[in-house]
Design a protein around this ligand. Structure first.
Ligand code: HEM
Length: 470
């Protein structure tokens, strides 16, 4: 049994947020393909949320779903050398993201991870806190220009603030393009490429055209063009004697050299990493923040508690955010439990393996779904309910490391985890100091998996005075 499992106090009325109901009967092969294409999280059956390991033959071939902390640890840590990113995942991600850190394997992954790690070290991330605060402040100023009661597109606002933070910190403002342009390109890419084609499910050869890829192509062209511009400008700066060159992700990528061979990253690898960081680095956090605000709108007591904590922490020293706003952090973590921005992680087994007594064939797919694990009946009490107190200390310490995996685990754990948590806490606290949020009457959203897990339709909320919710 994992943490946060003591029953809710009678006074606290937990809220059950929207999600597809787990299926009670297995889908036919065709039904599975249709549901997978429409919304992959709707394919899960109740048995997935009840058993540690499930096996089956789907339209995608033999598949093992691993949802126990012990099994997850086996795949992601103890026997990690036996598991690589699987074919379908690469087919979805590679056309746009190329071979960047997220999709690379073996030595090229190791070299890239080593090169980029210093940029995400705790001490470096702390130097970004000032920028995170400034961009969150600019968002507050934008919203203050709106009348109270105005309807605000929260999905757009969160995309904008996270994009601005990312480009200012990791790219030193070298990205030429607005959050709206990039936001639209990533949405178009995820929307089309993230809709899994039946041809991909059937492992049809790459030369057979896929309609969804055709529709994703303008976004891919946009990325290529932007990347060319970004690299050319930075190369020019590096070649200018005496120019002040920022030690950011671009410089690290362009100067990276393997210590053994001295070989640097190819032009394609540099470009792939730029798009990867732009893609992986803001959509995910923007979705986490959008879901958090939605849940707070539905739970006024939690909203008041976060607002109070944020106001009390007004004079916090710059680097102290993450550890001194426990309620703010807890609601973000509870939102990522219910709506993990990366809801499905998948791998292919290189050699035959055994996980908790279950045989895994060589070449078969292993799915670890944070969405399923985070709502698993044997790991959480009231798994489908919003109960942020699970993540408040000391209850939080009881949560099994492998029962809460929004950022993955093991050597391929999200490199931007600390960056994202700092950012999310700062943006949420800054917002909640100034505003309250409510859902327009009669409106709701559902989680839709398109690579990331986002609210559908895009989230619009009503702006209120900061204390209105309390
Ligand atoms: C709430 C925000 C975020 C979530 C939930 C998230 C989630 C994840 C997950 C689950 C993985 C592992 C994927 C796997 O094992 O297959 C991952 C990897 C990765 N993430 Fe994040 N991420 C977030 C924010 C960020 C940010 C802010 C950045 C960069 C600034 C980033 C960059 C990456 C990269 C480059 C990888 C690949 C790491 C590797 O394979 O070595 N992510 N992320």
């Amino acid at each position: 049994m994992s943490a946060g499992n003591s029953p809710a106090p009678a006074a606290a009325r937990p809220y059950r947020p929207p999600a597809p109901l787990p299926r009670t009967k297995p889908l036919s092969k065709l039904g599975f393909m249709v549901a997978l294409r429409e919304n992959p999280i709707s394919t899960w059956g109740i048995w997935n949320f009840e058993n540690p390991i499930t096996t089956g033959r789907t339209a995608l071939g033999p598949m093992t779903g691993v949802s126990s902390p012990e099994g997850i640890r086996h795949v992601m840590v103890d026997n990690v050398g036996n598991y690589v990113k699987d074919r379908l995942q690469l087919r979805v991600l590679k056309p746009g993201l190329g071979t960047g850190l997220l999709t690379a394997e073996g030595e090229s992954w190791k070299a890239a991870r080593r090169t980029l790690a210093p940029l995400f070290a705790p001490r470096t991330v702390e130097t970004f806190v000032g920028t995170m605060q400034a961009k969150a402040g600019a968002m507050v100023a934008r919203l203050q220009a709106q009348p109270l009661g105005a309807r605000v597109n929260i999905s757009d606002e969160m995309t904008r603030v996270t994009f601005e933070i990312l480009t200012d910190t990791l790219f030193s403002d070298a990205v030429d393009g607005t959050s709206q342009e990039f936001g639209e390109a990533f949405t178009r890419y995820f929307e089309n490429q993230g809709k899994i084609s039946p041809l991909d499910m059937l492992n049809a050869p790459d030369w057979i055209p896929r309609f969804n890829r055709y529709r994703a192509q303008p976004a891919i062209n946009f990325f290529e063009e932007k990347v060319r511009q970004i690299i050319a400008r930075r190369r020019a700066l590096l070649a200018t004697p005496g120019a002040a060159v920022p030690r950011d992700i671009l410089t690290l990528l362009l100067e990276a050299a393997d210590p053994e061979t001295g070989v640097g990253l190819s032009e394609a690898e540099v470009g792939a990493n730029i798009v990867t960081f732009l893609g992986a680095g803001h959509e995910t956090t923007a979705n986490a923040l959008s879901w958090t605000l939605f849940l707070l709108a539905k739970h006024p007591a939690a909203q008041s508690a976060v607002a109070r904590e944020a106001r009390e922490a007004e004079n916090l020293a710059l680097v102290d955010w993450l550890d001194n706003l426990p309620m703010t952090r807890a609601v973000i973590e509870e939102a990522m439990r219910l709506y993990p921005p990366a809801p499905t992680l998948s791998r292919m087994a290189l050699a035959e393996d055994e996980i908790q007594g279950v045989r895994v064939a060589a070449g078969s797919t292993v799915i670890i779904s944070p969405y399923v694990v985070h709502r698993h009946r044997s790991l959480w009490s009231e798994p489908d309910y919003f109960r942020p107190e699970r993540f408040l200390p000391p209850a939080r310490d009881q949560i099994d490391r492998y029962a809460f995996i929004p950022f993955g685990a093991g050597p391929r754990v999200c490199i931007g985890q600390r960056f994202a948590m700092h950012e999310a806490v700062i943006v949420l606290a800054t917002l909640m100091r100034h505003f309250g949020f409510a859902m327009p009457k009669g409106e709701s959203v559902m989680p839709l998996q398109r690579i990331t897990l986002r609210p559908s339709p895009r989230l619009e909320m009503l702006l209120q005075r900061a204390d209105a919710a309390g």
